[in-house]
Design a binder for this molecule. Structure first.
Ligand code: C2E
Ligand code: MG
Ligand code: MG
Length: 343
């Protein structure tokens, strides 16, 4: 409780001090324990603001802080109320969308930098909402993961992407693109037989399928290094670590994991060609490390010519991003293959 604070800046300074104090490791039973607090800030601006209401607002702000990542604080704003309602609506709408089959798969070309040709496509799910139009995955995947709806949605994506890949390989045998599909943790652990089943039913050559898994899942899941992925890899399926650099990159696991590709997160590509020494160092270091381990590197989210040129100089293998092409409906992606598009 701050009485008559100088303003929101003052409250934020105090929150920062509390955060620092709570972040000091504690000792429990001889073990070091780390705490990362999330703090919500709300202001009672008039005499009419009731304590209960201020607490409710602080609570909403705290959840917002949590969702932004650990050890953060957030200041209440009225839009947080609507977000909560939106979330409930979204959950209900998602369930209905599954029944009504409102999901479709778009395909973003992955370009081979040495030749400029298409190496493959990343399948990205889209929701064709009857009122809101086309909604990208970033707006509903997290909720779908939290509610388990990712399983029915993801199953459709894999089926459709594999069917499409098979069709393209038959139609354009000389260009035979690889199909890369994102998998959430839950899909891996709870639907272990899905991939072999879909490969079987679509008749797609397993070497045409790549699975993208985010770093955290690879690192958290001890089984990942042992069980199913090895079996799939034995069949010829390849693996990519997605959003590389955004999680805890444990190099020990990197050595042991059955992975073939690292996808460097867009966050590190942004500063390339702009003279950002940090991004340059991270990207060039990652490329050297990956190559030394026998892995290929994909740069995500390439948006400018400068970034693309720099990636070529650094010896990056593959790239995707709006500068090359946005995720496209299947007909538009097909057209690129038909034309033998190159960059
Ligand atoms: P991701 O796998 O890292 O996919 C890349 C995201 O960046 C996509 O967003 C893509 O549309 C976007 N993107 C591509 N190029 C650019 C660029 O140049 N600039 C910018 N700003 N963005 C670019 P999207 O489709 O909204 O997907 C977000 C995330 O949702 C994906 O991140 C992936 O983790 C997940 N996701 C997408 N589709 C699926 C799916 O079918 N299953 C599962 N489990 N997850 C999916
Ligand atoms: Mg991906
Ligand atoms: Mg990514």
């Amino acid at each position: 409780m701050l009485e008559a604070p100088a303003g929101i800046e003052e409250a934020q300074r105090v929150a920062e001090r509390i955060r620092e104090a709570l972040c000091t490791p504690l000792e429990v039973d001889g073990q070091e324990v780390f705490v990362s607090p999330s703090i919500g800030i709300a202001r009672g601006e008039t005499d009419r603001d009731q304590p209960k209401e201020i607490l409710r607002q602080a609570d909403l702000a705290m959840y917002e802080a949590k969702s932004r990542g650990k050890a953060a604080f957030a200041v209440y704003s009225p839009s947080m109320n609507t977000r909560r309602v939106e979330r409930l609506d979204l959950d209900r709408d998602l369930r209905r969308a599954i029944e009504r089959e409102e999901f479709e798969v778009h395909y973003q070309p992955v370009v081979e930098l040495s030749t400029g040709g298409i190496n493959g496509f990343e399948a990205l799910v889209r929701w064709r909402h009857p009122e809101r139009g086309l909604i990208p995955a970033s707006e509903f995947i997290v909720l779908a993961e939290e509610t388990g709806l990712i399983r029915p949605i993801g199953r459709r994506v894999i089926e459709e992407a594999c069917r499409q890949a098979k069709e393209w390989r038959e139609r354009y045998p000389g260009r035979a693109p690889i199909m890369s599909v994102n998998l959430s943790a839950d899909q891996f652990s709870r639907q272990p037989d899905l991939i072999p089943k879909v490969l079987n039913s679509t008749g797609l050559d397993p070497s045409a399928l790549q699975l993208e898994i985010i770093e955290r899942v690879v690192m958290d899941d001890a089984e990942f290094s042992l069980g199913k992925p090895r079996m799939l890899k034995g069949m010829g399926v390849s693996f990519a670590i997605d959003d590389y650099g955004m999680g805890y990159s444990c190099l020990y696991y990197l050595k042991r994991m059955p992975v073939d590709y690292l996808k460097i997160d867009r966050a590190f590509i942004i500063g390339l060609g702009e003279g950002d020494p940090g991004d340059e160092a991270i990207v060039s270091g990652t490329i050297s490390l990956a190559h030394a381990l026998g892995l290929k590197v994909v740069a995500e989210g390439v948006e400018t010519e400068g970034q693309l040129e720099r990636l070529k100089d650094l010896g990056c293998d593959l790239a995707q991003g709006h500068y090359l092409a946005k995720p496209l409906p299947s007909e538009a992606a097909d057209k690129l293959l038909e034309d033998g598009a190159s960059w």
